[in-house]
Write a protein that binds this ligand. Structure first.
Ligand code: WTA
Length: 572
């Protein structure tokens, strides 16, 4: 697919000259920016909050929080005190010690952020869970991690199978008028009474920080463990990729149950001392635009699904709001269709900067930078300090335009430390030559831009042609009748596989034979004859993860009448 590159929009960016920086950057330069490089005392929460509270940023707004009932501002100084109080509560009443697992299962609220930072200050490992998890998903995660403490709400408590979890010693409830008994504590009341002074537990760089459970293509969810050392990359990528600067008002729309909601909803912005907007509640296009307008959001980090939903809500809504504060817009989590990039240019007059990374990588790895031309449909280029390549199944680097495994040279600062309770699984990610293999297939063009093609097991081989499902899906959603599309390979005796598309139509369109033929022609003409779906099935909705990825393995399971596997990460 040949697409025109979008030129750089004029500006002073933190990363000025990508090529030069890429040639001569060393992470040691970043380490010097942390206070531990002088004091030797390491804790991410200190660098994210206390360091600013002890500086000129003391009274700067750290958190601007809003949901249907609350509208609150917290300065760095207040965040320091409140997270200290949370740490005291956890230590005094929850017996929390360094290395313990403390899980947080609750909707977004300021208390969630205090509890998370407080946990880190005690030296414990924090495990954030999506509020939408049902009992089975909660059990799997608390059981596997051996969680000792859980912070939740009275509404969610019935989903915690306490009697099945012998290692769970204390539960803290956030809310009003909590009735305390045995090991059930009133977090909110205790927080108010707690001492605002806390002596932070200093850790080693390789000590546990956060445990994110994530689903693979098979098996139960796995616990990806990150360590304090990851802060080096959280900080540097927040500068280079998010382009955060002193006066920015930054909004990341992700929930902390997903790695984007912690690495870039908490760590990146606060390590750089940035004012961070957090919005609770459900997605509503109008209130999203209103958030940008009312807070004067300058840097906005979201996901393709959200952009597509905004796109679907219509351009008239955009025009009702003043979005002129926006300076830099970014996307992650799934392929960003060129169509969405073009829409962003039209309605915001901004380029949407796609970037690629995974729970396992801990931080951004490949990105489109503000200072560089972006090619719509491409994820961009590796961060300075990181080596990415396309390799074959033996670990040999492939030349440009050859599709293969997207791999990263082991040893970037935010690389996962292990898979909890499963060192063998951890080791299975690596290949000879020191490559971490992502499980994504992609190719690189002659200018070094990476192009996503699909998860390795999703790549379709039809009549000898390798077809990336994303490319077909991207083309499909350009058709005016199509709201969402998911594409899989269906086994076929003649062609190996044929392409089958599951399609959700926009309102006002009917699934007719004419439409099916029209869609096929549309892909044939826009992409390639072999890429046109031979089979099309209409559905009201497609199965998606909470972070918006189309779950192709569920489509495959529907098609082939197989078990769907773990569905805990599927949206409601
Ligand atoms: C996919 C998300 C295409 C990819 C931070 C990856 C993407 C998986 C992109 C990780 C992108 C993420 N373009 N695909 N820009 N970003 N992905 O762990 O398949 O939830 O392996 O972390 O999402 O998903 P995860």
């Amino acid at each position: 697919m040949k697409l025109e590159a979008l030129p750089v929009i004029k500006g002073e960016y933190n990363l000025q000259n990508y090529d030069e920086k890429y040639k001569q950057f060393d992470w040691v330069e970043t380490e010097k920016e942390f206070s531990w490089s002088k004091t030797g005392k390491i804790n991410l929460a200190y660098e994210a909050i206390d360091r600013h509270a002890e500086s000129d940023r003391k009274d700067k707004a750290a958190l601007l929080y809003k949901d249907d009932n609350r509208d609150e501002t917290y300065t760095f100084d207040e965040m320091k005190n409140l997270s200290n109080q949370a740490a005291n509560v956890l230590k005094n009443f929850g017996e929390v010690e360094k290395g313990d697992r403390v899980f947080i299962f609750m909707p977004r609220s300021p208390e969630l952020y205090m509890a998370l930072l407080g946990t880190i200050k005690t030296g414990a490992i924090v495990g954030p869970l999506f509020e939408a998890f049902m009992e089975g998903a909660v059990r799997d995660r608390l059981e596997d991690s051996g969680a000792k403490v859980l912070i939740t709400t009275p509404e969610l408590l019935p989903r915690v199978p306490v009697s099945d979890l012998p290692e769970l010693k204390h539960i803290f409830l956030v809310g009003d008028n909590i009735e305390e008994k045995d090991n059930l504590h009133d977090f909110s009341a205790k927080l108010k009474q707690a001492d605002t002074a806390f002596s932070i537990e200093w850790v080693n760089r390789e000590d546990g920080l956060i445990l994110h459970y994530t689903s693979g293509s098979t098996g139960k969810p796995k616990g990806v463990l990150h360590v304090h050392n990851a802060m080096i990359q959280h900080y540097q990528s927040a500068k280079w990729v998010l382009d955060l600067k002193e006066n920015d008002i930054y909004w990341c729309t992700a929930d902390p149950g997903w790695v984007t909601g912690t690495s870039y909803g908490i760590f990146g912005p606060w390590l750089t001392g940035t004012t961070n907007v957090i919005v609770g509640g459900r997605f509503k296009p109008e209130s999203w635009y209103k958030t940008i307008q009312d807070y004067g959001v300058t840097v906005w980090y979201s996901a393709p699904t959200a952009f597509r939903m905004l796109m679907g809500a219509g351009d008239e809504i955009v025009e009702k709001y003043n979005l002129s504060s926006l300076r830099h817009v970014l996307s992650v989590g799934e392929p960003l269709n060129p169509e969405v990039v073009r829409w962003g240019m039209k309605v915001f007059n901004k380029r949407i900067h796609d970037n690629w990374w995974m729970t396992e990588t801990g931080a951004q790895i490949i990105s489109n930078y503000a200072c560089m031309e972006i090619k719509p449909g491409s994820m961009g280029k590796p961060l300075p300090g990181i080596v990415a390549a396309i390799v074959d199944d033996q670990g040999n680097e492939l030349p440009p335009h050859r599709m293969g495994n997207l791999a990263i040279k082991k040893g970037w600062p935010s690389m996962m430390h292990t898979i909890w309770n499963n060192q063998a699984k951890y080791e299975s990610y690596f290949m000879p030559g020191g490559w971490y293999v992502s499980g994504d297939s992609a190719y690189m063009d002659e200018e070094g831009y990476f192009w996503f093609q699909g998860r390795v097991d999703d790549v379709i081989m039809t009549s000898g042609e390798r077809v990336g499902p994303f490319e077909v899906e991207s083309k499909l959603v350009e058709h005016p009748a199509i709201a969402e599309a998911g594409v899989i390979g269906k086994p076929d005796p003649v062609r190996g596989e044929i392409i089958k598309a599951f399609i959700a139509l926009r309102d006002g369109y009917e699934p007719t034979e004419e439409l099916i033929e029209e869609i096929r022609q549309f892909v044939k003409q826009g992409l390639a004859a072999h890429a046109a779906p031979r089979e099309i099935e209409f559905r009201d909705k497609l199965p998606k993860t909470r972070s918006g990825k189309i779950m192709r393995r569920v489509l495959k399971a529907w098609e082939l009448d197989l078990p769907t596997g773990d569905l805990s990460t599927m949206e409601d």
